[in-house]
Design a protein around this ligand. Sequence first.
Ligand code: TYD
Ligand code: MG
Length: 451
Amino acid sequence: MARSSPRYVCTACGASHAKWAGQCDACGAWNTLEEEGAKAGPGPAPKAGRRIALAGLDAEERPAPRAASGIAELDRVLGGGLVPGSAVLVAGDPGIGKSTLLLQAAARFAAGGLSTLYISGEEAAAQVRMRAKRLGLQDAPVRLGAETALSDILATLDAERPGLAIIDSIQTMWSDTADSAPGSVTQVRAVAHQLTAFAKRRGTAIILVGHVTKEGQIAGPRVVEHMVDTVLHFEGERGHQFRILRGIKNRFGATDEIGVFEMTGQGLAEIANPSELFLSERGQPAPGSVVFAGIEGSRPVLVELQALVAPTPHAQPRRTVVGWDGGRLAMILAVLEARCGIPFAGLDVYLNVAGGLKIAEPAADLAVAAALLSAREGEPLAHDTVVFGEISLSGALRPVGQTENRLKEARKLGFTAAILPEGGKPGPTGGLGLTRMGQLADLAGGVFGAG
Ligand code: TYD
Ligand code: MG
């Protein structure tokens, strides 16, 4: 029996509800529930099924070679190039540079011999051509279409059989199988479903562009994330020139890779050595500034952490963190207080990862603690020192993976000293002075004379 009552879907998180409500109780967003296209009455009777062919796990199947764009920062995040027949979602804020990146990628894929279609639903063909000209890509063999009707796009793809089709953006496309407005959850889901099914059927790789908005009027690409093979987030801070392409989900590769770009007057430029970029704005030695030797995916990345600790005028002191996890900051503060006897009560704490990078590694714990202590004591850490290591609730320091890679990158960038936990394999240190510690209290007492 088909359902006769309508269902409501949250445009922010995709949760499904039986009744309409002002607030989604799954994610807490307001005014995001939208009726999903419900058809009344029983549907057509189910057809008798056909027996499907089954095969063993060891069946011989040579994977089609991946297509590389030659843009190393993009290829790496894709897991080593684009897999034929895969569906990729590139999501990001409006204006962050998705169309620019994908037009550049389209040109490179096409120049590499992959037949490429770029379908724009947001801009007229003339506008896209103008951007191509600005990027110096007007001669690339990309075929361009401006269209929003999915049936026409599918008919075109079926006739053209390209290796890659870029759909910019999913929110502007509409399918006549759903009767709500473009951008609604029902539409976005229907369009994504038909395009990914096409990709699988015909072996065409599809890249979908999706806008993320906070307002929830446009369906969050969340609903699409489950349908595609790969989800990439394109992030960046408004005031900063650099952009980070981050793998969130990848059926064909690792998900912790990032690609780093800089937005220039001629489009996005690859940043092959992100450490240099993230450290480029570093000034004189200052209290609260510490360089963390991190790993993003397969690559070491050095980045500056900045902390500010100041007496608070408020009853409830502030804990503000940008680029790191707020819960993790609270934990480090608690360990500093409980295990090292260094209280932060009555003090506002601000922590910032310079350059707009977001760090998720627990290996940043020790660098954060060093920044907090340095800021609290008004004591700068030596300018040529990098810090990394995980902190446990007992106050003990734990070694982290890829110690050797972190130290190698630090050496390459001219650092001469490192503070890290005992244990782990530092490898040949090549003149880098190592200070290895077992307890967080060693850092507080030994380096900052606190506690
Ligand atoms: P765009 O790719 O249109 O963003 P999205 O598709 O994510 O909405 O890029 C928009 C911004 O990028 C716009 O503010 C202008 C800027 N830009 C440059 O700085 N340099 C360039 O070469 C191009 C094409 C755009
Ligand atoms: Mg765009």
